[in-house]
Design a protein around this ligand. Structure first.
Ligand SMILES: NC(=O)c1ccc[n+]([C@@H]2O[C@H](COP(=O)([O-])OP(=O)(O)OC[C@H]3O[C@@H](n4cnc5c(N)ncnc54)[C@H](O)[C@@H]3O)[C@@H](O)[C@H]2O)c1
Length: 343
């Protein structure tokens, strides 16, 4: 009899445990479903909010937009003696920013300093080869001592060779990567720690539409510009993940600009932009804390199309409609350009 009672007890315990575990798993399943529904609702609300914000801001006239001022801010522009850089420097100086210019071309530096002086502005110019890591770190300290911590860093310097892969000398491929992308690591490492400790700062990368879509005679240049997009996106994610939402980041991808960099090219799709218009757009993007900017604006919708159409059709469109390779065919070789040789 005792054995039967013991067995019955065991059976009861087993059933209790079985039922309890079922109740617990049904409970935790219900909890998980409730959390998933809550997360889906929150995500939908966030998505609707951000889409609505983007649409409203797109159609809000400039004078109604909340734009930050650059007045009194220390802004460092690399390649600031060149085409777009010089326009950036002068426009920022006119808006009372404390502008620091880094460029390898001393003669051009003198030119931009004189132009600023003629307009009644003092700018701080330094002859810096941004491909030299030690030089970047050394001059970063000099800037902090002479002008103060940098609020806005504009990585603008760049070079292009304009040759096909087999024509490109090996050292120029390396140089393109050093100037166009690797230097960004040194400049950001030099100035980001101060931005973090001051809980404020803005990092701007001047990339290119060729950083979103490869093109002819640009196997080196385009790859460096794609790399800047990866640099920008990954650093942005890293900063946000670490809670540094106060550091702003902007990447700008322009079409051809009439600075001499792409001399000999004959763009078929539309005419080249003037450097002053590109500089103006970059400054607006900084003031509006825009994250991703293409020039023209519509290119941000057009360039991703390549992922959604057959690759063969992409080639046909590039060759027959946009005529991208034909635009680049007349491009001068870097050997003929003093500016690039100097760099
Ligand atoms: N010109 C275009 O069609 C075009 C199109 C898209 C993007 N971009 C990008 O815009 C930016 C500005 O281009 P730009 O047209 O004004 O070119 P630019 O040649 O007129 O100016 C570039 C400046 O960078 C400087 N520089 C080069 N190597 C350097 C180094 N090692 N250290 C310091 N300074 C150095 C040069 O001396 C020059 O003053 C570049 O990043 C370029 O890739 C240009």
């Amino acid at each position: 009899m005792e054995k039967i009672i013991q067995k019955a007890n065991l059976n009861v315990q087993f059933v209790q445990r079985y039922v309890t575990s079922w109740v617990i798993s049904i409970g935790s399943l219900a909890k998980r479903i409730a959390i998933a529904i809550a997360e889906a609702v929150i995500l939908t609300c966030v998505a609707v909010y951000y889409f609505a914000e983007t649409i409203i801001l797109t159609f809000t006239p400039g004078f109604l937009r909340n734009e930050k001022s650059v007045r009194g801010k220390v802004v460092l522009v690399t390649g600031g003696a060149g085409g777009v850089g010089q326009e950036l420097v002068l426009r920022l100086a006119r808006q009372d920013a404390k502008v620091v210019v880094w460029d390898i071309n001393e003669k051009a530096l003198e030119g931009v300093r004189e132009r600023a002086k003629d307009e009644g502005h003092i700018i701080y110019t330094f002859a810096v080869d941004i491909t030299s890591r030690d030089t970047v770190y050394k001059f970063a300290e000099k800037v902090k001592d002479a002008v103060g911590p940098v609020d806005i860093l504009i990585n603008n310097a760049g070079i292009v060779c304009g040759q096909t892969l087999l024509e490109l000398p090996d050292y120029m491929i390396e140089k393109s990567f050093q100037v166009n992308v690797i230097s960004n690591y040194w400049t950001v490492k030099a100035f980001l720690p101060d931005m973090l400790s001051r809980r404020s700062g803005h990092i701007v990368t001047v990339s290119s539409l060729t950083g979103l879509m490869g093109t002819y005679k640009c196997v080196d240049y385009s790859a460096t510009k794609f790399a800047t997009v990866g640099f920008h996106e990954s650093l942005l994610l890293e900063l946000k993940t670490h809670g540094h939402h106060f550091i702003k980041m902007t990447i700008v991808c322009p079409y051809f600009i009439n600075t001499g960099m792409f001399d000999g090219c004959k763009p078929k799709a539309m005419p080249m932009y003037e450097p002053k218009d590109v500089a103006k757009r970059i400054i607006t993007a900084i003031k509006r804390r825009e994250v991703f900017v293409t020039i023209p604006n519509w290119a941000r919708f057009a360039t991703p199309l390549k992922y959604y159409i057959p690759a063969k059709l992409n080639w046909v469109l590039l060759y027959r409609v946009i005529k991208a390779p034909q635009s680049m065919m007349g491009m001068r070789s870097f050997k003929k350009t003093e500016k690039v040789e100097a760099a």
